[in-house]
Design a protein around this ligand. Sequence first.
Ligand SMILES: [Zn+2]
Length: 61
Amino acid sequence: MMNEGAASDALPAAAVQARPSRVSLPPKGSCWYCDKPVDSVRRFCGKDCTDAFDEEAEYTR
Ligand SMILES: [Zn+2]
């Protein structure tokens, strides 16, 4: 039986997105805090932005 199409719908994406934190953010090629372009595997341009993002996440949850 080949049922690949149906199986791929069962990704637990909701579980991952339920509690967003910086470690679960996908690297998008720019800093998540200030939008400065960064390495494609990084999420933030530096520790300052990482810390600032964490602080905002605390306030806005
Ligand atoms: Zn930044």
